[in-house]
Design a protein around this ligand. Structure first.
Ligand SMILES: *Cc1c(COP(=O)(O)O)cnc(C)c1O
Length: 822
C-alpha cells in the first residue's frame, strides 16, 4: 500500500494549523480537481498554478472530497464547515514536504534519472530490465516535475526494493527541490542536448543545474561521450560508471556496433572481458538510451549474461498519447502501449478535454497491475469510467470480460481478445465519436488504431501539447496578477491546428482567443469552444454568422463600424461586444489618433455596440533599436484610451502587448496581453541563456528512394546541382507544396537523418526533394526530420531569409497533424 496517513499525522508532518472536523485516513494526494479517484480518502492540495486550486474547493467538496491543504489566508466558506483544512504558508512546498517525509521512511535504493532527452525511455527500460528480479516502484508516465515527483514518491511502499524516478526541470532552482525530495542514491544522466548555437557558459550553467540532482549519490552512470570534462569538473561523486563508444578508459567501452535487419549488435569491453549484446532498435536515440541502461545494470552488479539476454527483449516505450483523425468523422486517441490505472486516468482526462465529438468511447484491454485483486481493480476502473462519463465501453481480454458486471456505461461490449474485436470492428460502425484506445502492450492495440485511423501521407507535423502548455504557463508566470491573456490562434493556430489547440488552451484557462476570420471562429464553436473569441478581420458578409456564433469583431474603420451598427440595430441586439483597434504607428488597420473624437461621437450614437476592449499593435516590440518608437506607440495608445473612456463613461479592457512585448516590456501589460508565437515556443526577444520555452512542432517525412549518383551527374529540375564526388542521394517525401520552400534547395537547407545533417541537393520539387546522404548510413523509409527541437524553425527561417512565422504557417493542410501528450 502506498502512502497512507491519518490527517492529523499529515498535519504534524507539515506543521500546519488545522481545522479537522473529522479524522480520516488519506491514501490519495490530489492536485487537479478534475482527477478525483477516491474522493473521501483524498487530500487536495490547492496549488496556485495556472488555475488557482482554491477556486475549486467548493466543487470538490460537492464531489465528496473533504480534506484540503490551503494557504493560511484562505477564507473558509461557512458552508464548508464539515470539511477538513490544513493551513500552510505555501501549498506546493507542503506537498513536496509530505512526499519527502514519505520517501525518507524507506531505506531503498533510489535511481534518479535526468537529462535533456530520453528520461522516460531510460526509466522504463531500467524497469523492464530490473523488474524480473526486484520489486520496483517508478514514476508514472513522465511525472517528473515539481508536482509530478511528489505524486510519484507517494507510491513507494514497504515491499519495494528499488525506486526509479525521473526529474525534469524547466526553471533554474527547481532541481535542488527535486533532489531534496527524491534523495537519490544512484544517478543516471541521459542525453545532454548540445545545442550548437548556445554559448558555452549557458550550456555549462544548464548542465550544472541538472547535476544538482546527483550531489549525494554514491554512484553516477553517464555516457562519457556526451559531456566528459564538464561532468567530472562539476561533480565529485564517490563513484561513477562511464560508458563510451570512443574511449577505452570508460568502464563500459563499446568498441563496435552494427545494424543488422532491424537490430543493433554491440561488442564491448567490461572488466577486461568482452561482452556482446543486441537490441531490437537501430536509431541513434535508442542506441544511446540502451547503452546507458546496459551500463547501469552492470554498475548495479547484475549478471552480465542475464543483462544481455534481457536487452534483446527491450520493448519500445511510448508514453505518448496521440490524437489522430479517424475514419467516419471520429477522432482517435491512441494510447496503445501501456495500461495501468494511473495512465488510464491520465488518458481519460485527455479524452475529457477533447470535446469535438459529443460521444466518448473507450476501448480498454485487461490491465496489469500488481498488488490488487482483480475484482478490486476493475471496480476502481469502473469508478473511473463512470466519473469520466464514457458513453461506450469496449472491453478486450479475459479478465475485463469476467468483471463486466462492474461497468455501467450506457453501451458496453466485451471481446475475448484483439483478434475477435478486429473481426467485429466493421459491424461496430463508429461514427462522430472520440475513441480512446488504451491497451497493454501484448494486446497490440496498434492494429486497431491502424484500422480506425485515416491513412496519413508520410509527412507529418507533430504537435507537442505538453510543450504548448508549458509555454503558456511560462508566459502566465511573468504576467502581473490580474492581467488577462488572449491567445492568438489565427491562421490555424500558426499552422499547428485548430480546435485541438483551442481545446488545450480552454482547458488551461486563457481569457480570450483571437482568430483571423469568421469561419475560423465558427469552426471553433462547432468543436465545443466556449471561450470569448475575437475576430481580427470580420467580413461584412459574415455579420450574420458573427452574431449567430457569438463571435466578437475587431472594429478598425468607420466603414466597418457604421455597417455593423446598422446590422446590430436591425437585429435589435443590445450591448453587442466590439473590440476597437487603434493605429498607433503600425499603419495597417485601425483608427488614427486624429479620428478618435469622431469615433467617440459615433459610439455614443450607437449604444447597441458595447466596447469590450480597445487595443493597438506594436510594430517592432522585439527590437531594441526601435524602443523609442514602441514607447511612443504605447503613450499614444494610453492617450486614446483615456479619451475614449471619458467619452463613453465606462471602462474597457486595454491591451497592446504581443509575444515579444510580454518578454521585454512588463509595464505594457495593461489589462491583457495577446500571446502568439511564444505559445509555439518561439520568442526572439528572449536570449538563449534564459530561454525556457519548449519547441512545439516537429515536421518529419521519410525517404522514398536511395540512389547512387556519380560525380558530375546533375540532380533534379534545371540540372543546376551535382555531387562533387561519387555518392548517394535520398529522395524524400516533402516539397514546396507541403510548405518546404523552394529556397531551401541546392544546399541552402538541411534535414536530419539518424541524427546527422543532410543538405539538400538540386531544386526542391512540388512534392519531393533530394538530399545528399553520401556520408550517412541510411535506408529507404528512414525517418527524416525537417525541423524539431534540435534543428530549429528559427534556423530554417534564417536559411530562407524569412521569419519563423512564415515557416510555420506555410506548412500545407495536406500535411497531417498529429497531437501528442505525454
Ligand atoms: C498576430 C497578432 C498578435 C500576436 O503576435 P505574436 O508576435 O505572434 O505574439 C498580436 N496582436 C495582433 C493584432 C496580431 O495580429
Amino acid at each position: 500500500m502506498p502512502g497512507k496517513y491519518s490527517l492529523t499525522a499529515i498535519s504534524e508532518i507539515l506543521g500546519a494549523k488545522r481545522s479537522i472536523a473529522r479524522e480520516v485516513t488519506i491514501e490519495h494526494l490530489l492536485t487537479d480537481s478534475r482527477r478525483i479517484t477516491n474522493a473521501s480518502k483524498s487530500l487536495f492540495f490547492a496549488l496556485e498554478g495556472n488555475r488557482n486550486g482554491h477556486d475549486f474547493i467548493p466543487e470538490l467538496y460537492a464531489a465528496c472530497v473533504f480534506s484540503f491543504v490551503v494557504k493560511e489566508d484562505y477564507q473558509i466558506p461557512p458552508e464548508l464547515g464539515n470539511a477538513n483544512f490544513l493551513l500552510v504558508k505555501e501549498v506546493l512546498p507542503a506537498l513536496q514536504q509530505l512526499a519527502a517525509y514519505h520517501r525518507s521512511k524507506f531505506n531503498l535504493e533510489v535511481i534518479a534519472v535526468t537529462g535533456s532527452n530520453g528520461k522516460t525511455v531510460v526509466k522504463e527500460w531500467l524497469y523492464q530490465l530490473l523488474s524480473p528480479d526486484k520489486n520496483v516502484v517508478r514514476s508514472p508516465k513522465s511525472y517528473n516535475s515539481q508536482t509530478g515527483v511528489p505524486l510519484s514518491l507517494w507510491q513507494i511502499d514497504a515491499q519495494n526494493e528499488i525506486g526509479i524516478f525521473e526529474a525534469g526541470i524547466s526553471l533554474p532552482g527547481e532541481m535542488e527541490r527535486l533532489e531534496a525530495m527524491i534523495k537519490p542514491t544512484i544517478g543516471v544522466f541521459t542525453h545532454f542536448a548540445a545545442a550548437h548555437d548556445e554559448g558555452f557558459s549557458s550550456r555549462k550553467q544548464k548542465l550544472g543545474e541538472k547535476l544538482k540532482l546527483f550531489k549525494n549519490v554514491h554512484l553516477l552512470v553517464y555516457n562519457q561521450d556526451q559531456a566528459p570534462e564538464e561532468i567530472s569538473e562539476q561533480l565529485n561523486v564517490l563513484k561513477s560508471f562511464t560508458i563510451s563508444r570512443k574511449s577505452e578508459q570508460a568502464d563500459l567501452f563499446v568498441f563496435d556496433w552494427k545494424t543488422i535487419s532491424g537490430k543493433t549488435k554491440f561488442q564491448a569491453l567490461y572488466q577486461q572481458k568482452e561482452l556482446n549484446c543486441c537490441i531490437p532498435f537501430t536509431d541513434e536515440a535508442s542506441i544511446e538510451n540502451a547503452l546507458l541502461c546496459w551500463g547501469t545494470m552492470l554498475a548495479l552488479g547484475a549478471d552480465t549474461a542475464t543483462v544481455s539476454q534481457r536487452m534483446e527483449t527491450l520493448n519500445a516505450v511510448s508514453m505518448r498519447l496521440e490524437l489522430k483523425n479517424g475514419t467516419h468523422n471520429c477522432s482517435i486517441i491512441d494510447d496503445s502501449y501501456n495500461s495501468d490505472i494511473n495512465s488510464l486516468e491520465i488518458a481519460l482526462n485527455f479524452l475529457e478535454r477533447q470535446k469535438q465529438h459529443p460521444k466518448k468511447t473507450l476501448i480498454l484491454s485487461d490491465i496489469y497491475q500488481s498488488g490488487l485483486k482483480s475484482s478490486e481493480l476493475y471496480k476502481q476502473v469502473a469508478d473511473l469510467i463512470k466519473q469520466n462519463k464514457i458513453d461506450k465501453l469496449i472491453g478486450v481480454g479475459k479478465e475485463i470480460s469476467e468483471n463486466q458486471t462492474f461497468f455501467q456505461t450506457p453501451e458496453k461490449q466485451f471481446f475475448e481478445d484483439t483478434d475477435s474485436l478486429l473481426k467485429q470492428l466493421p459491424a461496430l460502425q463508429f461514427k462522430d465519436e472520440t475513441i480512446l484506445l488504451k491497451g497493454s502492450r501484448n494486446f497490440e492495440f496498434e492494429r486497431i488504431s491502424r484500422v480506425l485511423s485515416q491513412k496519413t501521407h508520410e509527412t507529418i507535423l507533430e504537435i507537442n501539447l505538453n510543450a504548448l502548455q508549458h509555454n503558456l504557463n511560462y508566459y502566465k508566470s511573468i504576467l502581473k496578477p490580474g492581467v488577462k491573456l488572449m491567445a492568438m490562434v489565427k491562421a490555424f493556430s500558426y499552422g499547428s491546428g485548430s480546435f485541438e489547440i483551442a481545446g488545450i488552451l480552454q482547458f488551461n484557462t486563457v481569457d480570450f482567443l483571437a482568430v483571423a476570420y469568421v469561419d475560423e471562429g465558427v469552426a471553433l464553436r462547432n468543436a465545443g469552444i466556449t471561450l470569448p473569441i475575437m475576430v481580427l478581420n470580420p467580413e461584412v458578409t459574415a455579420f450574420e454568422e458573427l452574431t449567430k456564433y457569438q463571435l466578437e469583431p475587431e472594429i478598425y474603420s468607420f466603414n466597418l463600424l457604421e455597417k455593423l451598427a446598422v446590422f446590430i440595430n436591425e437585429k435589435s441586439i443590445s450591448s453587442f461586444p466590439v473590440h476597437l483597434k487603434i493605429d498607433t504607428g503600425m499603419h495597417r488597420l485601425g483608427f488614427e489618433f486624429y479620428e478618435v473624437a469622431q469615433l467617440c461621437q459615433l459610439l455614443k450614437n450607437n449604444p447597441q455596440l458595447k466596447v469590450k476592449s480597445v487595443f493597438s499593435h506594436l510594430a517592432a516590440s522585439g527590437s531594441a533599436e526601435h524602443d523609442d518608437f514602441t514607447f511612443q506607440q504605447f503613450n499614444t495608445f494610453k492617450k486614446v484610451c483615456s479619451q475614449l473612456e471619458k467619452a463613453l463613461g465606462y471602462t474597457f479592457i486595454k491591451h497592446i502587448s504581443n509575444t515579444s512585448a510580454i518578454s521585454r516590456w512588463p509595464e505594457m501589460q495593461l489589462d491583457m496581453v495577446r500571446l502568439g508565437i511564444g505559445l509555439y515556443g518561439i520568442d526572439t526577444a528572449i536570449d538563449q541563456e534564459n530561454n525556457f520555452l519548449q519547441p512545439v512542432a516537429t515536421l518529419k517525412t521519410s525517404i522514398s528512394q536511395l540512389k547512387k549518383v556519380k560525380a558530375g551527374e546533375t540532380i533534379g529540375y534545371g540540372r543546376n546541382d551535382m555531387l562533387e564526388k561519387d555518392g548517394k542521394i535520398a529522395t524524400v517525401r516533402i516539397g514546396y507544396a507541403d510548405g518546404y520552400l523552394r529556397v531551401f534547395g541546392n544546399g541552402n537547407g538541411k534535414m536530419l537523418i539518424n541524427g546527422k545533417y543532410a543538405p539538400t541537393i538540386g531544386h526542391v520539387s512540388m512534392d519531393m526533394c533530394m538530399l545528399d546522404v553520401s556520408d550517412i548510413e541510411v535506408q529507404e523509409d528512414d525517418e527524416v526530420i525537417v525541423f524539431n527541437e534540435e534543428l530549429r524553425i528559427e534556423t530554417l527561417a534564417a536559411q530562407a531569409g524569412t521569419i519563423p512565422y512564415e515557416i510555420l504557417t506555410n506548412i500545407s493542410q495536406r500535411v497531417k497533424r498529429v497531437y501528442y501528450y505525454e
